[in-house]
Design a protein around this ligand. Sequence first.
Ligand code: NAD
Ligand code: TYD
Length: 343
Amino acid sequence: MKKIIVTGGAGFIGSNFVRMLLKKKARQKVTVLDKLTYAGNLDNISDLMKDRRLEFIKGDICNARLLDSILPGTDIIYNFAAETHVDRSILEAGSFVKTDVVGTYTLLQKTLKYSIPRFVQISTDEVYGSILKGKFRETDPMLPNSPYSASKAAADMLVRSFHKTYGLPAVITRSSNNYGPNQHPEKFIPLFLTNAIEGKPLPLYGDGKNIRDWVYVEDNCRAIELVGRSGKTGEIYNIGAGEEKTNLYIARKIIEITGADKSLLTLISDRPGHDRRYAVCTRKISRLGWKKKVGFSEGMQKTARWYIDNEKWWKSIKEGAFKRYYSRMYSRRIDTSVKKGTE
Ligand code: NAD
Ligand code: TYD
């Protein structure tokens, strides 16, 4: 029986990935190792727990001893575990360095020790930094601008060095922004969807014209599995949907879909170091046989429907410690906002 470890499998992309793996009838044991930080949520996979092929272990990827007890005999590790929110990394970078850098290092050491034949590092297009024209290729240098992307870039360098120095059989995926079910409501699309449903302001940073390329989470999960299976060892694969949108465009779409009042749109002061545009060339992953299945309009409809149907899921998050974070991050910026209801 194939033994698969998914770190961070209770988070947004990791939980969608575990769901996808278990849909296959394959003989496999899937172990989720997750610290359950504010971003992790067992509800994301609780309905899958009845599948005996799934095991959940609450723990930290920095915990070398714990890894010693879990990893022997593993066939493949997918490392999704990370601190992931750029805004939080601006408030406090230490946990990002710890999990994203030291955690990845600890996993790499143990992957070597137990001769695990495949290590898939889930990285991000943000390691390249911002690009105003054109698209980043896998061979471009990394120029990260936030403590989050810098920590992810450091992890990528460690993965590369373990491959070059010790022959560790690793591959790296760098995807663009994901959206879909189970994404924490402090991230852009879920925050705006849930605020729109609640009739609360939609706080757009700066002029709202920053651009991201949005890939539907299930498409990214298929790409990651493909890279794990067929990617060339030591290589990096960009993943993107070619769905470049300004934040303002998305905010307006959300207002249209939810029927919220246009006046909720609120321009607030910008995020420090805010990357203007992300875009990656995806020729390499398409040569492996991947292409997106879900376009942006369909993906947004599916995502909005999920948040409308799963109010209990996000309300329980928004009513907890989230409130303190939200007030710290937004209250003054919304009170002194530049302009309400952008035309
Ligand atoms: P997320 O924040 O929703 O989930 C991260 C998960 O990791 C959570 O369940 C959390 O509890 C767990 N975790 C955090 N620290 C841990 C630790 N020390 N040990 C074990 N578990 C820990 O993140 P996500 O959006 O699902 O992102 C998953 C991965 O994909 C990350 O590596 C991220 O950098 C990458 N990525 C995300 C996006 C995106 O748009 N969300 C885009 C590109 C790449
Ligand atoms: P985010 O979801 O934090 O992802 P990332 O910074 O990793 O791309 O933000 C996506 C975009 O939305 C980014 O340009 C910042 C912007 N944004 C807002 O305008 N307002 C918000 O409240 C948030 C959370 C993000």
